[in-house]
Write a new protein. Structure first.
Lengths: 257, 314
């Protein structure tokens, strides 16, 4: 099953490789955003507050923020591709109508697109990890696993973004996306520990997929292996699965009438 | 039962094929067969159900009821296998605007699981065949309509399909581009490709199709070769009489007396007959005074008119 599915999904991935061979500069832009946040917040604000308690010890603020920026870079890479780019292909490009006239099916199509959006996430995460290493912000060799860990982030946001995109009617609907993404980025234990939130609010924030992704990456970067990382992985995998299933069903409704 | 030995194999076979969208029945229980190596047409006005039928064959539209077999397989169950053996050219352009001309072929070949080296060879052959070699590295957007259509057809042939399906392939093309395309399709047919096309152009169906079905309002209203259909549903010649002031006032008895059959349109009367000149003489004897008149051979247009009481343009 997987053996016969994989080459077709990969051919969809390859189509994007062809497109971005000429547009690699667009991908590069996504690398700068987390870098600016690291400089502005990590070192700017960090210069004022110095250190922050993490795992019972005081750590430099920039080192605390950096893993969260790495996680959100992966989120952005995946979600921008699975929303804007997929919407264009779905609605205007007619690209999917052509693809579905070949042996490729909706399931292959969704897997191929998710692999691609994930690659963007992994590229951003890897590039940012290099920045962290250069700035001496990595406390543990386990940090080298971060680009692998962000695959869980990439799949969950990619699949959720894809599923949401299948319900978009026009470009205007994308304004709603930012209403979700901006608070997600700001409040998901990115710039301060989640323990700061009082009572129920904390548990809401704990449910944010980016909080889980940040927890996963931060634990690796500080070499702090813990069982909650398995919860992170399970939670992000569940979102990936539900998002994927919904996206495939919606593609069927939209394209296989 | 030795019919399979004597007649060519049916590649596509539909029985009671039906598609319903909510309240609307797009295809209402049609039967047809497409045989190996033939050029088969669905002729009919917009909204007759041609495109929906094509989509069901291509395995991208599950049928509501009836049976449908392509290479003996059910497209709703074996869609991927079937799609691997057919090439599809959509009515609307579905070329990938983010890729160059040649890349459109390369990427498409990968969807069929062909290895890269074979695709590259095949892509260059097809670009040559469809006279697109000098545009290989160009973006798709600036190509002319005729070139885009040729590229779409080239792309649909990347996996050397046994059946090529074309939905309204020449709509919107100028006459020269149209003839170029017709030539290309006839070459393909000679090479052994089975071709299924939809069209609302009578001359196109007449030029290209070995056999066709005429569709109207979700049903098949006639079937046969263009020649057969003309013989069965039209006379040898047609006399057209023009009455710019309208045709309502003309006595039906007079019209019946002129030829074998007639159709009364708003400003024209179309008379099917053996001999157009003789019919014209009879019309004048009966006291008709048309502003102008012409005699021509019967065409599929007349068949359609005869079968549905409507002209295709209406």
């Amino acid at each position: 099953m997987i053996a016969s599915l994989a080459p077709r999904a990969f051919s969809v991935f390859e189509r994007n490789v062809f497109v971005y061979r000429r547009q690699w500069l667009i991908i590069v832009t996504g690398f700068f955003e987390p870098l600016f946040f690291l400089l502005g917040i990590g070192y700017g604000v960090g210069g004022v507050i110095g250190t922050i308690p993490y795992g019972g010890v005081e750590v430099p603020y920039a080192a605390f923020v950096a893993p969260a920026l790495l996680a959100s870079a992966a989120m952005n890479g995946a979600i921008f591709d699975s929303t804007f780019n997929i919407f264009y292909k779905l609605k205007y490009g007619k690209v999917y109508d052509a693809i579905l006239s070949t042996p490729v099916g909706v399931g292959d199509l969704a897997v191929g697109e998710l692999l691609w959006s994930n690659l963007r996430g992994v590229i951003y995460a890897t590039a940012f990890l290099a920045v962290m290493l250069a700035f001496g912000l990595v406390a543990s060799p386990l940090a080298l696993l971060a680009p692998l860990a962000v695959i869980f982030i990439g799949f969950s946001f990619g699949a959720a973004g894809f599923a949401i995109t299948t319900h978009m009617r026009s470009w205007k609907d994308f304004d709603f996306l930012f209403i979700i993404l901006t608070p997600l980025f700001l409040f998901s234990a990115t710039f301060y520990p989640v323990e700061i939130y009082p009572g129920a609010l904390r548990w809401i924030v704990e449910l944010s997929p980016l909080t889980r992704g940040t927890h996963l990456v931060r634990s690796l970067c500080f070499g702090d292996l813990n069982l909650f990382m398995l919860v992170d992985i399970a939670y992000l995998s569940a979102i990936s699965f539900i998002g994927y299933r919904h996206a495939v069903r919606r593609l069927g409704v939209l394209l296989l009438k | 039962m030795t019919d399979s030995a004597s007649t060519p194999t049916a590649l596509i076979r539909a029985r009671g094929l039906t598609k319903v969208f909510g309240e609307r029945t797009a295809v209402a229980g049609i039967d047809f067969e497409v045989r190996d190596g033939e050029f088969f047409g669905f002729l009919g006005p917009n909204g007759a159900g041609k495109t929906t039928t094509m989509r069901m064959i291509a395995g991208v539209s599950p049928r509501t009821s009836g049976t449908l077999e392509i290479f003996g397989q059910d497209p709703d169950l074996q869609g991927s296998v079937i799609r691997g053996l057919i090439g599809v050219v959509h009515q609307q352009e579905t070329l990938d605007m983010e890729l160059t001309v040649r890349e459109n072929l390369l990427v498409f070949g990968r969807f069929f699981g062909i290895d890269r080296a074979s695709i590259a060879t095949r892509a260059d052959e097809l670009l040559e065949l469809f006279q697109l070699s000098d545009r290989a590295k160009d973006q798709v957007e600036p190509l002319s309509g005729g070139m885009k259509r040729r590229l779409s057809i080239a792309r649909s042939l990347i996996a050397s399909p046994r059946i090529l399906m074309l939905d309204e392939p020449t709509t919107g093309l100028d006459p020269q581009a149209r003839h170029l395309l017709w030539d290309a399709l006839q070459r393909l047919k000679r090479g052994g490709t089975t071709i299924v096309l939809t069209t609302h152009y009578m001359d196109e169906a007449e030029q290209l199709c070995d056999r066709l079905v005429v569709m109207d309002q979700a049903k098949i209203v006639a079937e046969g070769s263009p020649r057969q259909l003309i013989v069965e549903h039209a006379s040898r010649e047609v006399l057209e009489l023009r009455f710019p002031n309208g045709t309502e006032s003309i006595d039906a008895k007079v019209l019946e007396g002129i030829g074998d059959r007639y159709e009364r349109l708003a400003e024209r009367v179309i008379i099917g007959c053996e001999n157009g000149e003789a019919a014209h003489a009879r019309a004048l004897e009966h006291g008709l005074s048309p502003e102008s008149w012409l005699v021509r051979r019967s065409s599929l247009e007349d068949v359609f008119l005869r079968l549905t009481g409507r002209s295709l343009d209406e």
